[in-house]
Ligand binder design. Structure first.
Ligand SMILES: [Zn+2]
Ligand SMILES: [Zn+2]
Length: 404
């Protein structure tokens, strides 16, 4: 259990996570960390099995605490097929059917992977009522410590309430070797937090929405740390990977502390996730979450810059002004990292902004502009500056061989 006393109305924030281990060769500690379990079901995919799963399995087997493992063929998307497979393989049949057995289920599920496998196992864990943890193989999103799982259900993407990981184990030497698109995705997921907190502040001031300053500060600090380190991810610098991993985990923790993704998801996520959903609706495999959120972030920044120039609402202007230095930092970072874009078609791009407003029930600058009757005008106006200033390349051009 991780706890934090607070000055907000919640007084104390707590999450049931017991261990967060971020270190070189963290995998070697997995046997000690999970010593209180005796029938661990490990789930990996063929890629994560090679980089970490095989070693984890070996350690658990030597300890005598491995029940069995399942290695899914890639791409293991967070959908009904993967969840079904994990569910079907979760129990291990005995050679002789035991009618007296209370349960054939394992006592723990261990995901070895990043976003998709973590979300898949989180759902199965919740449905079976078995604790789970994750050995993270890439700092690609902030969902390790999250409480929800965004899952593909047919041609829809639905966010399900689930459980939270008991143990989060990040081996830096493994994460430093993660595919580069996944590292960029982690940065994309993280840079959006400035926008998310700004949206939260606006809603606090306009709607009296619950706001926790301590959580907001933690998210902003974690984001500063990520942004400062991000440029060195290109060289796969271990301290940069540590900063990014810790920032992403902290952001996830703040979601859990808050009880909602409010501190980590605002306009940028609602736009980025709408583009993801548009792909899902068309039967396509969605792009990496953080890459879409990255483009959503640059879009949100441009919206805020325009609003800052035009608004006569002094408190709002002052609020936006507070975040302008952070926006400048992200802009400089983008010159170096050149996070690729996925949506460059004008119609699709603006549709993401317009539909993004109602992606979830959350007040953001999109709703503010809509109420003023200006959302369509803004969505149209930001397209060209965003493409000119922030789009250096498309994902497909930069990573032509990438498969989900
Ligand atoms: Zn608080
Ligand atoms: Zn995210």
């Amino acid at each position: 259990m991780i706890q934090m006393d607070c000055t907000c109305v919640q007084r104390r924030h707590c999450i049931p996570t017991e261990v967060i281990e971020v270190s070189d060769h963290a995998i070697e500690k997995v046997g000690d960390i999970l010593r209180n379990y005796s029938r661990i079901f490990m789930v990996a995919d063929e890629n994560t099995y090679e980089v970490a799963g095989r070693r984890v399995e070996e350690i658990l087997r030597e300890r005598g605490i491995l029940s069995h493992s399942l290695v899914l063929p890639p791409p293991a998307l967070p959908n009904a097929e993967s969840i079904g497979k994990v569910l079907m393989e979760a129990g291990r049949d005995r050679p002789v059917y035991d009618i007296g057995a209370w349960s054939l289920n394992p006592d723990y599920i261990l995901a070895v992977g990043s976003g998709s496998l973590n979300d898949t196992c989180r759902m199965v864990s919740y449905r079976l009522g078995i604790p789970y943890g994750v050995v993270g193989t890439a700092p690609s999103m902030d969902g390790y410590a999250s409480v929800v799982a965004p899952l593909l259900n047919g041609r829809r993407k639905i966010v399900y309430n689930c459980t939270i990981a008991r143990h989060i184990i990040i081996d830096l030497s493994v994460n430093a070797r993660a595919p580069y698109p996944l590292l960029l995705s982690g940065v994309g997921d993280m840079i959006g937090k400035y926008v998310a907190i700004l949206d939260w502040e606006i809603s606090r001031d306009r709607n009296g929405e619950y706001y926790c300053g301590q959580i907001a500060d933690m998210v902003l600090r974690a984001t500063d740390q990520c942004v400062a380190a991000a440029a060195s991810l290109q060289e796969r610098d271990v301290s940069a990977v540590r900063a990014a991993s810790e920032g992403l985990i902290l952001s996830g923790e703040c979601i859990a502390f808050c009880g909602s993704s409010r501190p980590a998801s605002g306009t940028e996520h609602m736009i980025g996730q709408t583009w993801e959903v548009m792909d899902v609706e068309e039967g396509k495999v969605p792009n990496l979450h953080g890459i879409e959120v990255g483009e959503g972030t640059f879009t949100a920044i441009e919206i805020f810059r325009r609003l800052y120039r035009e608004t006569e609402d002094a408190p709002l202007k002052a609020l936006i002004e507070k975040y302008l230095p952070a926006f400048d930092r992200i802009e400089r970072l983008q010159q170096t990292l050149q996070i690729p874009f996925t949506v460059t078609d004008r119609k699709r791009y603006t549709e993401g902004i317009l539909r993004g407003r109602t992606f979830r029930d959350r007040y953001t600058v999109l709703q503010y502009l809509y109420d003023l009757g200006k959302l369509e005008e803004y969505a149209d106006a930001v397209y060209e500056p965003v493409m000119q200033k922030y789009c250096f390349t498309t994902f497909r051009d930069r990573f032509p061989d990438w498969q989900a």
